[in-house]
Design a protein around this ligand. Structure first.
Ligand SMILES: N[C@@H](CCC(=O)N[C@@H](CS)C(=O)NCC(=O)O)C(=O)O
Length: 230
């Protein structure tokens, strides 16, 4: 039976833009599992209330509901052990937690002031008031103010990727010769941007851009998703 994934969508139901949902979409593709994705909007809280919380990704497998990208990735690893490992065993999983923490506390917050206004432009009409008010309350400023001077901010963003860049100069993927969940965590941030923003985050010859391309080449689900080829 196919898995069911509740996946954040924009005005266009095919435009999926959650960095956390992208982690799981690639984890499912990595495990080569069939999945039905259900487009979900921020204000569709009652649709996922059965999961006991109000965020996506939510995965349903044979009637069991799971929420939170880390929980879901571990569930997939444990319940679908055939084929390539997602996390690389207990040591790999422990190191991957660092990658997750770096992504959640540095990468995604640094991407926010570069793409937030573009994310807003792609939202479903019914999500706009909620999104603007919740994000502006959190940021303490308007979306537009948060994204001011992004042409300058992007240089600091590129500089902050140096640990990632240095690693990708030595190896093709964070997972080594083939990608694993550590790659999908970081790549999720770049899919958030790709699916919503024409803003050019990376220079074309940046090793991070070349890694992003290698992942797009491997995963048709990402390459073919509505987005901007920047
Ligand atoms: N720690 C969670 C974060 C999930 C999360 O924040 N998802 C966002 C979409 S990117 C969401 O559902 N937000 C709902 C809201 O802001 O109301 C995970 O790893 O899955």
């Amino acid at each position: 039976m196919a898995l069911t994934l509740y996946d954040l969508a924009g005005a266009d139901a095919d435009r999926r833009f959650s960095p956390y949902c992208w982690r799981i979409r690639l984890a499912i593709a990595h495990k080569e599992l069939p999945v039905e994705t259900i487009p979900w909007r921020f204000t569709d809280k009652e649709v996922i209330a059965f999961s006991g919380q109000d965020r996506v990704p939510v995965l349903v497998d044979a009637g069991k509901a799971l929420a939170g990208s880390w929980t879901i990735a571990n569930y997939l690893e444990q319940n679908y052990p055939n084929g390539r490992s997602l996390l690389g065993g207990p040591v790999g999983a422990a190191l991957t937690r660092f990658v997750e923490s770096w992504s959640d506390t540095i990468l995604l917050p640094s991407l926010l002031p570069l793409i937030l206004v573009d994310v807003f432009e792609h939202l479903h009409e019914k999500d706009r008031v909620y999104f603007r008010s919740s994000r502006e309350r959190r940021l303490g400023m308007t979306l537009e103010a948060a994204c001011a001077d992004r042409d300058k901010k992007v240089f600091g963003f590129r500089q902050s990727l140096e640990p990632l860049r240095a690693t990708l100069k030595m190896q093709s993927f964070l997972g080594g010769t083939t990608p694993n969940y550590a790659d999908y965590i970081v790549f999720g941030g770049f899919m958030w941007s790709r699916s919503t923003s024409p803003f050019e985050l990376l220079e074309k010859d940046d090793p991070v851009a070349l890694w992003r391309d290698r992942l797009l080449d491997r995963f048709e689900v990402a390459r073919m998703a509505p987005g901007y080829d920047t």
